[in-house]
Design a protein around this ligand. Structure first.
Ligand SMILES: *Cc1c(COP(=O)(O)O)cnc(C)c1O
Length: 458
């Protein structure tokens, strides 16, 4: 029988996270104070994050030890399985070998608990009582709720009003894990009250929800804030995925030619690809690392590399990123996790230096890919993951045209069990293609008024 599943033992869970900064030829530029445009020091982040995470955020150490308690919790779902997609290969009639790493086996159903558990641990260590955060579609909120519950921390999740009303099951997952879920905008914060005064029927946005969660952390000494993507420490926590994947590929006796992951803020892409990039940096390998974004939110392929805010309203420090502008509002596609205007600083610098690649896929192609995958591999992917599958299929088809073997590895970063309404929209022909015109892009970019990145630094 063909071996489709490549498993690891518990002791093969990585003992440390890999910090790509140590090996980057050009280090990421520092975050700036939005008022003075001067680099901010770690102390500026102290109201928001525990010191241990701030240290990781600015660290240039190659390896960061994973606390024993975090590793113990990881054993509940890690090491995650890798599969050889024989069914999909056959359906595509391709000479390519396709592998996928499956992160949907975590309690919350995605890669997000890899960092949620770590963040909850460090907050608990430093005496924090409660974590506030925001969630759009609910994947990050549910991962954080689960992690806070494990450590006896309170968890307050500001959930974008329209998702709160339309996606009750993610909210109920959070409630089941003991979190307070507040539809945003809300009456509990100054930011929320201001929005509601202007528009009592506001459907909310991720930007507003971030503002509310940040305000809670800044105004309550027992509460800190957590983010599920974009920041360096979050990307670093996810590197357990890629480290395991390297061991699994070794067991399969192959090395990927290309490593693919969907891209929202960069955490699951970084998690899978950074350990492979390390092989490029230190062992002279030439593994391609490909980030896949939706055509409706193409910051990597059509955005600009410059300083911008992390949130929609402009409360965060300025971060160096590929961006479409912090007030860019993407079309309401069904991969909620990919509707973010910018990209994390580490991934942005790597893309700028041509050390990684990016491409965009529209949601129809992505759902076609996801359904083909589900019918041949069984697992129903999250709509975000469908983007990576679409690119993996493009690569496999190219291998077929060229008549060459190609080893493809992608991140199946979550299952789609709470996203069946998106599949329903696809099956009933209600999904639309969303390709932005050059004028849409130019308009979005012309509105950016934050500092440019100096030519010498870039
Ligand atoms: C949050 C999420 C994403 C997008 O975020 P990244 O930080 O880019 O990984 C993608 N897929 C799933 C399943 C998610 O939950």
């Amino acid at each position: 029988m063909k071996q489709t599943k490549i498993t690891l033992e518990e002791h093969e869970i990585p003992e440390r996270w890999y910090n790509v900064v140590a090996d980057m030829p050009n280090k990421p530029l520092p975050p700036l104070n939005p008022a003075t445009h001067e680099p901010i020091g770690p102390e500026a982040l102290a109201p928001l994050f525990p010191m241990a995470l701030i240290e990781q955020e600015v660290s240039e150490e190659r390896w960061i030890p994973i606390p024993e308690q975090v590793r113990e919790i990881y054993t509940q779902w890690r090491p995650t399985p890798m599969f050889r997609a024989y069914g999909l290969e056959k359906a595509l009639d391709t000479p390519a070998h396709i592998y996928y790493k499956y992160e949907g086996v975590s309690p919350a159903g995605s890669h997000k608990p890899n960092t949620a558990v770590a963040q909850a641990f460090y907050n608990k260590e430093e005496g924090v009582k409660r974590i506030s955060s925001e969630t759009g579609a609910g994947q990050w909120g549910s991962a954080l709720s689960y992690a806070c519950q494990l450590f006896g921390l309170g968890c307050e999740v500001y959930m974008v009003r329209i998702s709160y009303d339309q996606k009750p099951y993610r909210k109920l997952m959070m409630n089941t894990w003991g979190a307070d879920v507040i539809p945003s905008p809300s009456e509990t914060t100054e930011a929320g009250r201001k929005i509601l005064a202007a528009d009592p029927e506001s459907p909310g946005s991720l930007g507003i929800a971030i503002s509310e969660a940040v305000e809670r952390a800044v105004t309550d000494p027992d509460t800190k804030y957590a983010l599920g993507s974009v920041l360096n420490h979050v990307l670093t926590h996810q590197t357990v995925v890629g480290q395991e994947a390297i061991t699994q590929m070794e067991k399969a006796g192959e090395l990927p030619d290309v490593v693919i992951a969907p891209f929202g803020g960069g955490s699951n892409f970084a998690g899978l690809s950074f350990p492979f990039l390390r092989m490029n940096f230190t062992e002279g390998k030439t593994i391609r690392c490909l980030a896949v974004e939706p055509t409706s939110c193409p910051k990597l392929t059509r955005g600009v590399f410059r300083y911008d805010f992390g949130d929609a309203i402009g409360m965060t420090p300025l971060l160096p990123m590929y961006t479409l502008g912090h007030d860019f509002v993407p079309a309401k596609i069904h991969a909620g996790g990919l509707r973010y205007h910018g990209a994390g600083a580490l991934v942005s610098q790597l893309l700028h230096d041509n050390l990684i690649e990016a491409e965009a896929v529209d949601q129809i192609e992505s759902f076609e890919a996801g359904v083909l995958f589900a019918r041949n591999e069984g697992i129903i992917p999250a709509p975000e993951a469908n983007h990576a599958i679409a690119s993996a299929i493009r690569e496999a088809n190219r291998a077929k045209e060229e008549g060459t073997k190609r080893v493809i590895l992608f991140n199946l970063c979550g299952h789609g069990h709470f996203d069946m309404s998106a599949y329903e929209a696809y099956f009933s022909g209600k999904l639309e293609r969303h390709e932005l015109s050059q004028q849409d892009i130019d308009t979005a970019i012309s509105k950016i008024d934050t500092p440019e990145i100096p030519e010498t630094a870039a």
